[in-house]
Design a protein around this ligand. Structure first.
Ligand code: SF4
Length: 368
């Protein structure tokens, strides 16, 4: 299925996703494989979507050339999916210039190379390769490609002009030690990786769905908050030596700038606003709502007023806070969502917090 994708709204550049669930790599911490039994994307539906006129919101976004993520819930190069990924890319290259955001742990490299070669230059975007450790991949990701495969993929992707981000996701002292993470980053950088994103290991309600064998691999089952605290403590140390790494609770701006560099069009990213302020405002100057609206919608102006039911894209935890707000429940377009966030000052809780001051009247001033 090709669907709208704003799950990580304001933090992910892709507007569409082609996906199924799970992939056979059988990672012990995988959430996706527990949500559905289907391991196969519907490639017939996808090809039909790419080639024919449609009326869905997703189709309109596709025709405007917005990036497609393959995939947030499965691995596009894993054995059950690589054939449909191959077909998908062949058809896309013939039809449109949407850029691709691949999320993968690697796979059959000659075949992946052929897939990358089948795409046009205009389709190139970012390959996000997950590497969680140097020494324990076979323990936590028993069927996934080995380390060398993934390192080689970094080189292949860079050689073909793709941006490469490495997901150290999940990051946990249960998976690797600090020294190992240092080494992992060094090795990936030597092979050409541009950026690293780390997220803590947590289970929440998925803990109950782990098999006994999977459970035995972990010594504790932190919740989201605990996981963040643990991964933040590792990250704080890593960031002393490495500037191109950030965490999910961190200052995202360098990562988002990296995304912006590689995507011509994308859904709103917080970095757009900060970059706008850097470019146009002096320290102490007042910021107006128009600045926020213009900068956040600058690279998605042609879909800003589509009815896309934007409430769907609010993070689950934020939605719990906002669901009592009738205005939030009725948000339809990206523009409405962006203006709503300004009115509620919600963006001030974002990664950009430190760059602004507010006076008693709620007016906002730039403080680089
Ligand atoms: S590669 Fe991703 S989707 Fe596949 S099993 Fe591992 S975590 Fe799940």
């Amino acid at each position: 299925m090709i669907t709208k994708f704003f799950d990580e709204y304001f933090f992910h550049p892709a507007s569409l996703e082609y996906s199924c669930f799970g992939c056979g790599y059988n990672c012990s911490y995988c959430f996706a494989k527990r949500t559905s039994k289907s391991l196969h994307g519907d490639i017939k539906q996808a090809v039909n979507f790419l080639q024919h006129k449609g009326k869905s919101q997703a189709y309109k976004i596709y025709k405007k050339g917005y990036p497609i993520c393959l995939s947030n819930r499965t691995d596009p190069f894993s054995p059950p999916n690589i054939k449909s990924t191959e077909i998908f890319c062949n058809v896309l290259a013939n039809e449109n210039d949407n850029q691709i955001f691949f999320q993968t742990k690697g796979g059959d490299l000659p075949r992946i190379e052929r897939i990358l070669d089948s795409l046009r230059n205009e389709n190139k975007g970012i390959i996000y390769i997950t590497i969680t450790s140097l020494n324990s991949l076979s323990k936590f990701e028993p069927n996934a490609p080995n380390l060398e495969n993934r390192l080689n993929l970094i080189e292949i992707a860079k050689g073909k002009g793709w941006g490469v981000a490495i997901g150290i996701n999940p990051m946990s002292e249960q998976i690797a030690g600090l020294r190992e993470y240092e080494e992992l980053i060094d090795i990936c950088e030597q092979r050409g990786a541009d950026f690293f994103l780390a997220a803590g290991l947590y289970f929440g309600k998925f803990k109950e769905k782990l098999t006994e064998e999977e459970k035995s691999k972990f010594t504790s089952f932190p919740n989201r908050r605990e996981a963040q605290k643990l991964s933040d403590s590792i990250l704080n140390i890593l960031q002393k030596n490495h500037k191109n790494i950030c965490g999910t609770s961190d200052d995202y701006i360098p990562l988002l700038n990296f995304y912006q560099k590689h995507f011509r069009k994308h859904t709103p990213l917080y970095s757009s606003f900060l970059n706008f302020c850097d470019k146009n405002l002096k320290s102490g100057e007042r910021i107006y709502m128009d600045d926020w609206e213009y900068s956040m919608l600058e690279r998605c102006g042609d879909i800003a007023d589509f009815d896309i039911n934007s409430t769907e894209f609010i993070f689950q935890e934020d939605w719990n806070k906002w669901k009592i707000d009738s205005e939030a429940k009725n948000l339809r377009t990206l523009r409405e969502l962006v203006l709503y966030l300004w009115k509620k000052n919600t963006f001030q809780f974002s990664a950009t917090t430190n760059n602004f001051t507010e006076n008693r009247n709620g007016e906002l001033f730039y403080k680089p």
